[in-house]
Ligand binder design. Structure first.
Ligand code: SF4
Length: 295
């Protein structure tokens, strides 16, 4: 049986950068707090915890010692978090992905111009909480065309943004429907040197560019092991794409969840993952499979 790792899977640029920030801090201090898990991947969080990274929430600011260092992960935070940090004497290590920062800045520009801000995204996702925070939670957050048509005030000057990890097709559908109905609509786009964007939306090229390559990889193998954290929103989207191409696609968070009966009759197995999946996790799974089938 041939086991191969998808060379296009793994951390996106923003996440690599945030982990780098954490590791660098932990070289000089034994303790660093992270606001929420630095990455939606339990095994990587465990590895960083051993180095001294502890996940907390904003509510914990009042419990941790004055002067503590707290990492803001790639998803970013709402302005209220920055204010609260000042109140409690917290030193922030800001690893917000520069792309997310750009989206926050654009939203602020439109808030100042009194536009209705519409965000295509998941209400409870940390990035959306940060984006919506810029509008003092006045943004209309929608997840589908139906929600857009029900909740957007069609008479107001409106700007449409997307959470950076949403799917392009649904966004395009919502954008074209709103274009027909809203009197004054801006569909906000973004460009960034580090990350490929397609000047049509604020969806990150690190995510959308993955779809095509993932479809190819899923079609080339008899069985696909898709590994990501269960909380990863990007993981769920990419897993569904792989499963759509190859019905024998299985989602696992750790190597212990692998069921060897999945591979009956398979000649090729592909290991892939989300933008939050560490390379070492995929390599570990490859070794587990190779060791098992060599016996
Ligand atoms: S997916 Fe894109 S926008 Fe999101 S953290 Fe990664 S590089 Fe940044």
């Amino acid at each position: 049986m041939i086991v191969s790792i998808d060379k296009f899977a793994g951390f996106c640029w923003g996440v690599v950068r945030a982990i780098d920030f954490a590791e660098r801090e932990l070289q000089t201090s034994s303790k660093l707090y992270s606001l929420g898990d630095v990455i939606h991947n339990a095994v990587e969080v465990k590895r960083l915890a051993k180095l001294g990274l502890e996940t907390i929430t904003v509510e914990d600011f009042e419990k941790i010692p004055n002067g503590s260092k707290v990492l803001i992960r790639a998803h970013g935070e709402p302005p209220a978090t920055y204010k609260k940090a000042v109140t409690f004497g917290i030193e922030l290590v800001d690893a917000t992905c520069p792309v997310v920062t750009k989206v926050q800045e654009r939203i602020k520009k439109f808030v100042d111009k009194n536009y209705q801000i519409v965000i295509f995204g998941k209400k409870d996702h940390a990035e959306v909480i940060g984006l919506s925070g810029v509008t003092e939670d006045r943004a209309v957050v929608i997840l589908s065309l139906t929600e857009a048509l029900e909740n957007v005030d069609l008479s107001k000057p409106t700007v449409l943004f997307s959470q950076t990890t949403m799917d392009k097709e649904t966004f395009a559908l919502i954008a074209s429907a709103l274009k027909e109905k809203v009197k004054e609509l801006v569909i906000e786009t973004i460009e960034d040197e580090a990350v490929e964007f397609h000047a049509k939306d604020t969806i990150c090229g690190q995510v959308s560019g993955r779809e095509k390559k993932l479809r190819e990889f899923a079609g080339l193998n008899d069985v696909i092991i898709f590994t990501a954290g269960k909380k990863s929103s990007n993981g769920k989207v990419l897993y569904a794409i792989a499963k759509d191409v190859n019905a024998k696609t299985f989602f696992v968070e750790s190597k212990e969840e692998i069921d060897f009966t999945w591979f009956t009759g398979a000649k090729t197995v592909g290991i892939t993952g989300a933008t939050s999946t560490p390379q070492w996790v995929m390599e570990e799974m490859k070794s587990v499979l190779e060791d098992h089938f060599e016996k």
